[in-house]
Write a new protein. Structure first.
Length: 343
């Protein structure tokens, strides 16, 4: 089969395709009255990662969907990354996934079905690793290749982690390094070093399954995953939903250590600018480099975790035993003029 570069068939890449926060707010704004659903614990109002519904016996169902255009050229890897990314929303709520169905849009006049078969094969491998079936799905003829999953999960109500329940004084942790958008843009421009791309791919392929474990920790008071809005965008959602602000130390923010060479070559996705236009006014004094990294759209990014400060050593030891060397990069504080401030 002829080698096909999937990213050439799409105008965007991965979560960089996401509609900006400001435009999305305008789309979702509604004056219509919605019905009362007291057992719907998490819906649209909190800008959270997934919907959560209490089925009445202390067990909650978690429901989410996520899909995007190719982030890498290899179809198997694209299907795998898209699946890790979609399943992450369940983990970000503290839940455990138990089933997925596929969402496939395919340009049938441009790309052969065998390529789509490889996308689905990558998805099946990830679902198997997550211990869930890829139980079905839906496909359409589409101008650009699109793939993702709708995922269903579950959790105990007391283990639910929201993005709007953070507490002042809590420390902030991130489980994956930033820079995915910068690196994948460099790939599209043909300037990326293979070793750097592989590090980014390895990060995107890492399941955020530790979120299910964090869900059981009472001192974790809020959690979300960092995707298309960048770290600043998702941190703003945590802060605004919780009525707080944040102080962060840029030098302590986890990020790939080779980003400078790509930033110097202007390897930034369009989503970075759209993100900044949406929330830049909420951010304190920041340098150009910091803006490029912290507003960089992440695909299959890490978990942003808010932890009660007094329990930080216990949390870090728990994470270490799970294979994560985590250190805080910031702290949540009472509300200030800016949503996010820099130390």
């Amino acid at each position: 089969m002829e080698k096909i570069k999937l990213t050439q068939y799409s105008h965007g890449a991965g979560c960089g395709c996401k509609i900006s926060p400001a435009v999305l707010d305008a789309m979702l704004r509604s004056d219509s009255k919605e019905g009362s659903f007291p057992l719907l614990l998490v819906g649209n109002e909190s800008k959270d990662d997934a919907a959560v519904y209490d089925i009445g016996d202390g067990t909650c169902i978690v429901s989410t969907t996520d899909f995007f255009m190719p982030i890498v050229d290899d179809p198997f890897t694209f299907g795998a990354i898209a699946s890790v990314n979609a399943i992450s929303d369940v983990y970000a709520m503290g839940g455990e996934p138990f089933m997925a169905v596929a969402i496939l849009g395919w340009p049938i006049n441009k790309l052969p079905p065998e390529i789509a078969n490889r996308v689905l094969a990558g998805s099946r491998k990830v679902c198997l690793a997550a211990g869930i079936p890829l139980a079905g799905g839906h496909s359409i003829d589409c101008p650009e290749p699109v793939f993702g999953l709708a995922v269903t999960g579950k959790l105990k109500r007391e283990n639910l982690k929201r993005n709007d329940t953070a507490q002042a004084g809590s420390l902030l942790y991130l489980t994956k390094p930033l820079g995915i958008g910068i690196i994948t843009t460099a790939e599209k421009k043909g300037i990326v070093e293979p070793a750097h791309l592989q590090q980014a791919v390895d990060a995107m392929l890492t399941l955020n399954a530790i979120g299910s474990d964090f869900g059981k920790l009472s001192y974790v008071n809020a959690m979300t995953d960092v995707t298309g809005f960048g770290l600043l965008g998702h941190l703003c959602e945590v802060c605004e939903g919780s009525g707080l602000s944040a102080e962060i130390e840029y030098s302590k923010v986890p990020r790939f250590d080779f980003l400078d060479q790509y930033i110097q070559q202007k390897s930034m996705p369009g989503g970075t600018g759209r993100n900044w236009e949406s929330y830049g006014s909420k951010i304190g004094s920041i340098t150009g480099e910091q803006k490029v990294v912290l507003a960089d759209p992440q695909t299959s990014g890490g978990l942003l975790v808010s932890v009660k400060e007094t329990e930080a050593p216990l949390f870090e030891e728990f994470a270490r035993k799970k294979g994560y060397a985590l250190k805080p990069f910031g702290k949540l504080i009472h509300k200030t003029e800016h949503v996010v401030n820099f130390l």
